[in-house]
Design a protein around this ligand. Structure first.
Ligand code: 4NP
Length: 154
């Protein structure tokens, strides 16, 4: 059994949450944490699609290939299958909470709450902006991923 099963959730599952998943996998592997990770979207717009090309390019800059990731939507069973579910922004968090089935077992939170000095902050959606936004996203999710791994390590 992995020590944690962590799900990252944004709106479309093509920009932010794939990068959060990649950053977390990377940080867990560096730290020797036995964890599983996945990502999904609250919306179904991009189900079955690879991440946004700008997310793929940003991950590649850090030596990580996310071109094989595929979009999927948040599902009721995720609330039992994952130990932790992290929302990339407040709207995602509200949508996750609204769909949480009674008696679910996952801990649900805002991703940037993992970083003491950034509590309550969103990971801004870079979809409508330029490439630079994706570098900011990477910095944010990497910082949170490292902090999460530190708290999850026994
Ligand atoms: P993400 O970004 O939630 O970080 O994957 C978005 C991707 C697609 C859309 C919105 C945000 N969209 O409206 O299609």
């Amino acid at each position: 059994m992995p020590q944690a099963k962590v799900l990252f959730v944004c709106l479309g599952n093509i920009c932010r949450s794939p990068l959060a998943e990649a950053a977390f996998r990377h940080a867990a592997s560096e730290a020797g944490l036995d964890a599983e990770a996945d990502s999904c979207g609250t919306a179904a717009y991009h189900v079955g699609e690879p991440p946004d090309p700008r997310s793929i390019a940003e991950a590649k800059k850090h030596g990580i290939d996310i071109s094989g990731y595929r979009g999927r939507q948040l599902h009721a069973r995720d609330f039992h299958e994952f130990t932790h579910i992290y929302a990339l922004d407040e709207q995602n968090l509200a949508d996750i909470d609204a769909r949480a089935p009674a008696g679910h077992t996952a801990r649900i939170g805002l991703l940037m709450d993992a970083v003491d000095v950034r509590k309550g902050e969103p990971v801004a959606d870079p979809y409508y902006g330029d490439e630079e936004g994706f570098s900011t996203t990477w910095r944010d999710v990497s910082e949170a991923a490292k902090a999460l791994v530190a708290t999850l390590k026994p």
